[in-house]
Design a protein around this ligand. Sequence first.
Ligand code: ATP
Ligand code: MG
Length: 435
Amino acid sequence: MAKKLFNRLSDAVKKRTNGNPRIVEADEHGINPSEVSRSARHVVEVLVEGGYEAYIVGGSVRDLMLGLHPKDFDIATDARPEQVKNLFDRCRIVGRRFRLAHVYVGRDLIEVATFRGGHRSRSGRAHVSVTLGGRILRDNAYGTIDRDALRRDFTANSLFYDPTRNTVLDFVGGVEDLKQRRLRMIGKPAVRFREDPVRLLRAVRFAAKLNFRMDPAMEQLIPELANLLDAISPARLFDEGIKLLHSGAAERTFELLRDKGLLHQLFPRTEAALERDHPEDLEFIRLALANTDERVRSGMPVSPAFAYAVLMWPYVRQLLDELEPGEFSPRDALAICADRALEHQARTISIPFRHAQMIREIWIRQPQLEAGPRSHPERVMSRSAFRAAYDFLGLRALRAERLQGAYQAWTRAQEKYETGPSDAPRRRRRRRRRR
Ligand code: ATP
Ligand code: MG
């Protein structure tokens, strides 16, 4: 049954493509040209004047069509990286696995990628190495625009915008899917997930961020294939984790990840701790992620350490519960549990050292902050992790009345400290030594 569906889907994709795109005009795609980065437009124009094809592609076209503000603008072209470099003064070729050109225009960086063939090379030559399970290890064949469209993950991510003509080229039915707010894989989901299991996480991220309905055949596969993520390096999962948590829809993403068995893949100990059925743990994560979403949406800074500290907290709490009461001081107990939690987490996601240090600091400062400001609170407040630890306490306090007094006391202490030290001795400027 499922198989038939996939075949039908992929036939539909083939029929629609055949190398001939649907050309979508302004009245239909609705892109507001003033939302298009001038730098990206400039790069396209220079490439076109140089005799090449060039388009704005990927997430930026999707976001423009949805009336969202794109994060960055990527360009795809038939020019090779060296040919791109010849056209621009400020251009660098980067990447080992797949070479790209980075073009600098004013203060903007525009990524220019040459069309890639994907593994469906017409000549049948193996430009791509694949594992027995179908995972793509290397994918470095140049291709044509229609091949490039097909190697992308979702139809919504595979639209090509030509700013010189103000048209969108659609090889995969992406425009219709965008209108229907539908997230659909290009090709057979089972194959595409096996090629690159990170697409499982990308599916959830885009569904949550764009508030799209996943194509049912694809959605149904995600829990079945979740364990393919075992093969993904912990370093790549760290990067993907940040994208999931800082998308501006982290709360919804978290629910979807849990629902699809992906939280278990990324944060197995958190998933197990949540199954203990302590509703306050789940509540804490939801509130904290809602808060992160708020910050992202209003352009405030967010830190990976904070989001990771939030997601791993239920496991830390579980470990604390398992310690013999009274055996360690609260701070020591937290230090022990923090190290254990970080050690376990490192098996699936490798958190760079400086972030891990910060996460640990956020946790082990909690007992000190819970006790409220004592003498010389400015010493505590001047620590680098203070602000994050204080925010963390604030989120915990939202559902724990006993913490509210301490949190408010720290809020007052900071206000006093910020306005206070005008009469404190200023750091003397060091005089330049004479030679
Ligand atoms: P965001 O707005 O989060 O940056 P994006 O769609 O731009 O979303 P990127 O990760 O920046 O996502 O990738 C740019 C484009 O490259 C995507 O739109 C997609 O077409 C293609 N792409 C990226 N990762 C993959 C992947 N794992 N498999 C297939 N295509 C991919
Ligand atoms: Mg992008």
